[in-house]
Design a protein around this ligand. Structure first.
Ligand code: NI
Length: 179
């Protein structure tokens, strides 16, 4: 088990456009995914992208298959490894939701995202993956894939009155594992 250091906002490596994966089912790729899973689990993250541990590749993981203590009321998202993702919004509808990020510790913001999306990509073996998602699931995918184009959620916030410290915004939330 290797829990890697998570880069924080301000690190220029979080602002890069990540490179596509060109070789699947390799030892290096499986090791990267194991490290991402270990690191996400250790922080109770809803997802994690390779650039957040300093790896310049289009690899994200998200979901846990069980309730997440950082987002206790959120629907369960299937545990997914998604490589070289492509997201297409389904319709123009957007919705606002609170987001946090392990690279932006201690803060939450209200972020607009497409309500419904189609996403596709590959699993670690190079097999294609194609899904539709809505609500929290769609939000997590959009947040994680933003990391692959150098976007952190604060860059998506439109109303900065809805951005602040988690313990101030949500005093009742158990933030013991938060960030
Ligand atoms: Ni994030």
């Amino acid at each position: 088990m290797t829990v890697r250091e998570i880069l924080k906002m301000g690190d220029p490596r979080l602002l890069r456009v990540a490179q596509p994966v060109t070789a699947f089912d390799t030892d290096d790729l499986h090791l990267l995914i194991t490290d991402l899973l270990d690191t996400m689990r250790a922080s109770n993250g809803a997802g994690l992208a390779a650039p957040q541990i300093g790896v310049d590749l289009q690899v994200v993981i998200f979901g846990s298959g069980s309730p997440n203590p950082r987002y206790p009321d959120a629907p369960i998202v299937p545990r997914t490894v998604l490589i070289n993702p492509v997201i297409t919004p389904l319709g123009a509808e957007e919705e606002l939701g609170w987001e946090g990020c392990l690279s932006v510790p201690g803060l939450r913001g209200l972020v607009p995202r497409a309500s419904r999306i189609h996403y596709s990509g590959f699993d670690p073996y190079g097999d294609p993956l194609s899904r539709e998602a809505e609500g929290f699931h769609a939000r997590v995918v959009q947040h994680e894939c933003d990391h692959l184009i150098g976007k952190l959620y604060p860059m998506r916030i439109r109303d900065f009155t809805q951005f602040g410290f988690t313990d101030v915004l949500f005093p009742g939330l158990d933030a013991s594992q938060d960030d």
